[in-house]
Structure formats: structure tokens, C-alpha cells
Design a protein around this ligand. Structure first.
Ligand SMILES: Cc1cc2nc3c(=O)[nH]c(=O)nc-3n(C[C@H](O)[C@H](O)[C@H](O)COP(=O)(O)O)c2cc1C
Ligand code: SF4
Ligand code: SF4
Length: 382
């Protein structure tokens, strides 16, 4: 599969596709990743316990039957494990600590290996939260942000793994982004209800960070629901144990979607409240009373500014054409999955494939968000 099919880059790391193996302490080491995640775009190893207190907590967890990675030399172990990955995918290392020093040491090693450090602000095992690590980091957001700033000082590409619905997630995402993290890995768990798709959309609309979404993905259909709400990447943990081929199947299916559609994580239309703000790329000229107005307001734009931004992007591209469409230009046209003989007739005349049309719409979605960020008032929720 060609690497260029997806254009996914964060700092010095490139991902060949948007499917990741999520970390499971005591299980997801290099051997596991090589066996179950050979086709993944990203494998996340760990979580590793970096200091004496997390090591002690992990020993207590192991004593009650939970598998854990416990080593007197976690940095040596990490270096060796990253070097043992044979999948050709990007690698991240999920780590827990109660103090910053071992995180900085790990960051330097991980950076030199071209990998990603993932800070575990997610683990909710009592032994870990009792000592202020894992999910307990979310209770002190300024402290978490200070750690993020210090870790980023090493130059490592940094992911922060959080559990959703623990604290105010949109404010948390903005704080993590402002502190300098590159990636937000969200376990969108909703107690007793699988993944919280609404939460993913809300987080997407509050940050431009690379977003990895996680929880209860077992097939391409539920992965697609996350992609359509703005996930740049989807990660899987438990389901890999039940279906060892799951990651390969997800990679195959999302690659085929990308080939056919040109925008693997295209949003839904914003009409029914499901589409994130990138979905404004599919919106009509804002002349009628509909949800486009509340959405452009969130971006701090007037209807005229929104129209100008779209027309500005269209200039010189194929989206300029389309006299016979509802609003006289493809720039106002719907997602390719919405059947429309008027738009499709124009695409045929222009010789523009569905994938090329959607790639232009992706560029348009990015452009709208960029321009809104630059506007005087700026995004109202972003
Ligand atoms: C046995 C087990 C161990 C886990 N260990 C970690 C860990 O060390 N660090 C972490 O960030 N998440 C850990 N997780 C959470 C997973 O990465 C993932 O967020 C969670 O299982 C939900 O995804 P899933 O529905 O695909 O399993 C663990 C999950 C399981 C089941
Ligand atoms: S402008 Fe069109 S696509 Fe957008 S919300 Fe209104 S009706 Fe839906
Ligand atoms: S011409 Fe079709 S695709 Fe374009 S705006 Fe009208 S209904 Fe949507």
C-alpha cells in the first residue's frame, strides 16, 4: 500500500494510515505489536511505569492479577522495545510517572528513536490514581500543562492520552493544545454506553491538534463514526484480543475509503448537528434559516465573511464551476455521498473524480477553519 495514500504527519513522525494499536499495560510490547498490528499506522507500547512509586503501584496491581510492565530499568526497556518494532509503523510509548524527571529522560530517548512519547493521563486504577498519576493528572490541569511544556522542551513529539467525561473536555483540550502538545488521544468512554460520539465532535471543534479517538471500536462501521466526527486516527485495544486480524481489516477498509472518497475522515453535514465545523465545506450559500448560521457564529464569522472565504478558496480551482448547481458553484455543493444529479453532471463535464472533488472540499474545510482563526474575533469555541 503506498505511503502517499494518506498525508498524515505530526512533527518528525509520519503515519502510513490512520489506524493505531492502543496501549494495554503488561500486554502491548514489541512482540504483541509485531504480531497483532503489523499493518497499523501507529503502535503504542506500554504503559511503562517510570518511577519507583508507579512501579510499586504496578506491583500491587500485578499482585491482584492485572498484567503490568514492571522493570528496574524502564528506560533501557523502552529503548530496546522501540528498536524491536518490525511493523514499519510509527511508534509511541505510553508512560506513567509521579515526577517529571523520568519523563524528561524518557522523552530524550524516545525523541532520538524518532518515536512519540504518550503521557498517560488516563489510567484509573486506584493504585495509580492514589499516587497522583494517570487520570489523577486531570485534576490539576495547570500542573499537567506545566509538565507538557517541560516535556515539549526536549523536542519530542508528544501525545497526551486522556479519558473523556472526567473533567470539562473542551477546556481541557484547549489547555493541552496551548501548552504545546502535538496529539490528543481521547478514550471517548461514556459510562455504560460505548464511545461518546458527541464528545468527539465537541473536542474536534475545540482544537486543531491531531486527534486519536478510542473506545469500543470493533469494526469499520464504528471506526467510521469516529472519523466522521473529526478523528484523525482511531485506536483499538481490547477488540484486537478477540480478533487478531482486526487492525489489518481496518487498515484495508479505511484505505479503500480513502482511495474512493479522497477524504477518509470527511465530516457529516452540519444540518442535523452531527457534523463538526469542517462540515461547513458542504454548506450552501447562507441565505436561508438553517444551522449554518449557528455554526459560522461559533467561528466568529458573519455570513458575508463566510461566503467570501469560500469564494476566495474556490478561485482558480474546479470548485468555481457549476452554473447549473443550486448556488452556481461547486463550492456550495454537498458531500459526495449525498446523491445529486446536478452536481454529478458538473463533475462529469469537468472530468473531476469523486475523490478529487472531496480532496478539494477537504482543503476548503481546512481553509475555512484557518481563516476563521485569523479573523479579528476568532473562533468562539475553538
Ligand atoms: C488490560 C488493559 C490495560 C490498559 N493499559 C493502559 C495503559 O497502560 N495506558 C493507557 O493509556 N491505557 C491503557 N488501557 C486503555 C486502552 O488503551 C483503551 O483506552 C481502552 O481499553 C478503550 O479502548 P478499547 O475499547 O479499544 O479497548 C488499557 C486497557 C486494558 C483493557
Ligand atoms: S447551509 Fe445547507 S448544508 Fe449547511 S446547514 Fe444549512 S441546509 Fe444544511
Ligand atoms: S446542486 Fe446538489 S450537491 Fe449542489 S447544493 Fe444543490 S443539492 Fe447539493
Amino acid at each position: 500500500m503506498p505511503d502517499e495514500l494518506f498525508d498524515l504527519k505530526v512533527g518528525y513522525v509520519s503515519f502510513r494510515n490512520p489506524i493505531a494499536l492502543a496501549p494495554m499495560g503488561g500486554m502491548t510490547d514489541s512482540e504483541f505489536a509485531n504480531q497483532y498490528a503489523a499493518d497499523a499506522g501507529l503502535v503504542i507500547l506500554g504503559g511503562y511505569n517510570l518511577d519507583a512509586r508507579t512501579r510499586e503501584a504496578a506491583s500491587q496491581m500485578a499482585a491482584r492479577g492485572r498484567e503490568e510492565f514492571i522493570s528496574e530499568d524502564p528506560l533501557g526497556l523502552i529503548e530496546n522495545e522501540v528498536g524491536s518494532i518490525k511493523t514499519g509503523s510509527a511508534v509511541a510509548v505510553n508512560v506513567r510517572s509521579t515526577t517529571i524527571e523520568p519523563l524528561l529522560e524518557a522523552a530524550a530517548i524516545i525523541r532520538d528513536k524518532g518515536a512519540i512519547l504518550e503521557l498517560d493521563a488516563h489510567c484509573r486504577q486506584k493504585e495509580i490514581t492514589d499516587i497522583g498519576a494517570g487520570q489523577a493528572l486531570l485534576k490539576d490541569v495547570p500542573g499537567l500543562c506545566e509538565w507538557i511544556r517541560m516535556i515539549k522542551g526536549t523536542g519530542v513529539v508528544l501525545s497526551v492520552k486522556i479519558r473523556g467525561n472526567v473533567v470539562g473536555d473542551t477546556a481541557l483540550a484547549r489547555s493541552i493544545e496551548n501548552a504545546g502538545a502535538d496529539i490528543l488521544h481521547v478514550d471517548a468512554m461514556k459510562q455504560g454506553a460505548g464511545a461518546d460520539l458527541k464528545l468527539i465532535k465537541e473536542i474536534r471543534d475545540s482544537t486543531r491538534m491531531f486527534l486519536i479517538c478510542n473506545n469500543s471500536v470493533t469494526n469499520i462501521d464504528n471506526a467510521k463514526e469516529m472519523f466522521a466526527r473529526g478523528a484523525d486516527m482511531v485506536s483499538v485495544a481490547r477488540a484486537v484480543l478477540d480478533e487478531p486480524e482486526l487492525i489489518s481489516n481496518l487498515v484495508r477498509d479505511i484505505s479503500s475509503i480513502q482511495r474512493d472518497m479522497g477524504w477518509y475522515n470527511a465530516p457529516k453535514h452540519v444540518c442535523r448537528g452531527e457534523g463538526d465545523l469542517r462540515g461547513l465545506a458542504f454548506c450552501c450559500l447562507p441565505v436561508k434559516s438553517c444551522p449554518v448560521h449557528s455554526n459560522i457564529k461559533k467561528l466568529g464569522l458573519t455570513p458575508q465573511q463566510f461566503a467570501d472565504i469560500k469564494m476566495d478558496f474556490a478561485k482558480g480551482t474546479m470548485l468555481e464551476y457549476g452554473d447549473s448547481t443550486c448556488f452556481g458553484s461547486l463550492v456550495w455543493c454537498c458531500k459526495i455521498s449525498k446523491p445529486c444529479f446536478l452536481r454529478d453532471g458538473v463533475l462529469e463535464t469537468l472530468g473531476l473524480s469523486d475523490a478529487e472533488y472531496m480532496r478539494l472540499k477537504k482543503g476548503l474545510g481546512d481553509y475555512i477553519l484557518e481563516q476563521a482563526g485569523k479573523s479579528a474575533s476568532g473562533p468562539k469555541n475553538g
